[in-house]
Ligand binder design. Sequence first.
Ligand code: ZN
Length: 161
Amino acid sequence: MALRNVVTEGDEVLRKHCREVAEVTDRIRMTMEDMLETMRAHSGVGIAAPQVGVLRRMFVAEPEPGRVYYMINPVILEQSGSQLDDEGCLSVPGFVGTVERPDHIKIEALDLEGKKQTYEFYDFDARVMCHEYDHLDGILYIDKATDIRDASELAEEEEEE
Ligand SMILES: [Zn+2]
């Protein structure tokens, strides 16, 4: 595995519509493993292919340590409810913002073996999946956030409390 550079906001790669993965090859698997390593190196809970400059419909998510999901050609089949919470993004370092997301989703995707899997996610897991899914269509959380603010100011506020 190898670390990849994370593309940051302002780079138009993040605004492109990603193409489907035609076949789950060793190269795709290797890219996904690199994405996982890169995500962990930045203490992230999710990373999408365009964030490492690969314009393919795939992302990796680890909403809780050790619980890793590899999503290739994901499709959100159902979504319901709504939740409001803060999120950040490895491509927008140093900031957080409040984003409304569904609190339940049903999603299908190919796994690393190229097999179609269906998952249901709630709460934080659903938030992570929706955030990563948006990246595949060139959408960043800052497009939807109501109050983007400096993450270090937030940390200071919490220390003062
Ligand atoms: Zn992101």
